[in-house]
Unconditional design. Sequence first.
Length: 361
Amino acid sequence: VSPVPPYSREQPIFTTRAHVFQIDPSTKKNWVPASKQAVTVSYFYDSTRNSYRIISVDGAKVIINSTITPNMTFTKTSQKFGQWADSRANTVFGLGFPSEQQLTKFAEKFQEVKEAAKLARDRSQEKIETSSNHSQESGRETPSSTRASSVNGTDDEKASHGGPAEAHLKSENDKLKFALAQSSSNVKKWETEMQSLRESNARLSTALQESAASIEHWKKQFSACKEENDQLRGKIEELEEQCNEINKEKERNAQLSRRLQELETELQDKELELEELRKQGEIIPELMSECESVSEQLQAAEKKNKDLEEKVRTLRTEVEENKHRQTNLKTELKNFLDVLDGKIDELHDFRQGLSKLGVDN
């Protein structure tokens, strides 16, 4: 929320750029940065309240909103740093400037604004005293005039009152003289105040003209700052893109590093295998001789195998012939059994016939 609403009569009278700090509320010793970069710091004058403020805004955040009072003091703690205490905000503000010249200008403006605030306070107090004196004098003059009119009556009334009335009139005249003398002294005081007010108005008019003349310069500065801000934002976006690319490149490098470690590990394994193969290569001649003997044995075994295969084929042929013979023998045996069964049946019939013949005989 902007500390200066658009409908306010508060106008800037001086503007500069500085890094803003606030005192650490816990330690009251260390400075805490209130802005990440240099921001605009301005003096504002409120014509309706006749007051001065120092205001600074960082983006949408109000980091300084300090009303200047006659009791405040701006202190230069170094060539480029100054500070002042704000009892209303219960903090101490610090400003770091790019150059000593800017710090000096800000300190001089602080002193001018402080004196103007003191003058405004004195005027307000004088106005209060003047209004109170006016009220007192009006209260005194009203009964005196009434009494004077009553005293300055007709001659008959004077004659009727006599000596005591004259004494009363004398005392009333003395009171009127005292009130007149006091009013004349008040008039002189008012004239002096009027002259001081005219002088202050002339100074304020000059300051107003200077501020109006510098408004265009501030507008140009604001446009330049805005353009610079846009450029900085574009650079920030470019830097963010570059940072993203750098992060991606770092991730790729990390992956390549891991892959390189894996390849190194594999290379070590291959070297170990190669060493083992070299050791095994030393016994290759022995293996070759053994291989020749094995080859000879293999040839002998193949020859034996061929002989055995020939024998197997012969045995298979014999087995087939034996199977064929067995089949023929089974057929012949079946035929024989069939003939034997027929013979047995005939013998059985013959026996039965013999049995019948024996019975008959």
